[in-house]
Design a protein around this ligand. Structure first.
Ligand code: ZN
Length: 138
């Protein structure tokens, strides 16, 4: 069995943002040489997510609005976590959007359903953060 590990680094210039990392993950699969297996991608920070959805900018705006409705950043004083920090909302948003995705690899490619893409969701950006890619298979 082959095993492959890589860290993808990001520095989103705004507090919140979504990055399509599908091309990066596809590159990892080529590098891994795995033709049949599984690909895990997880955020390595508790204020960021990795999720799968549509690569459509209107939907991304909808996600941001929806998440701000559930856990607004302001006023930061509404959260007990924010006695020493200001990112309680980012922890909550990450929990809703999820830590990781697992995608099947078939014939050397991501075995996606229609319109699926992989995104890194940043909720407390403006600093260097990363996601882990782990691939196992034959
Ligand atoms: Zn925090």
């Amino acid at each position: 069995m082959k095993s492959y590990r890589k860290e993808l680094w990001f520095e989103v210039p705004t507090r919140r943002g979504f990055v399509n990392i599908t091309p990066d993950v596809e590159k990892c699969i080529v590098e891994s040489g795995v033709k049949e297996g599984l690909c895990l991608v997880n955020a390595m920070h508790i204020t960021a997510s990795v999720f799968i959805n549509d690569n459509e900018s209107g939907l991304h705006s909808d996600f941001d609005k929806w998440l701000e409705g559930l856990a607004p950043h302001e006023p930061t004083s509404q959260y007990r976590h924010n006695s020493a920090e200001d990112n309680a909302d980012a922890h909550l948003k990450r929990t809703i959007m999820g830590r990781e995705v697992v995608v099947a690899i078939t014939e050397g490619r991501l075995d996606f359903g229609p319109w699926e893409s992989i995104f890194y969701g940043e909720f407390d950006g403006r600093r260097r953060k990363r996601a882990l890619v782990k691939i196992i298979g034959e």
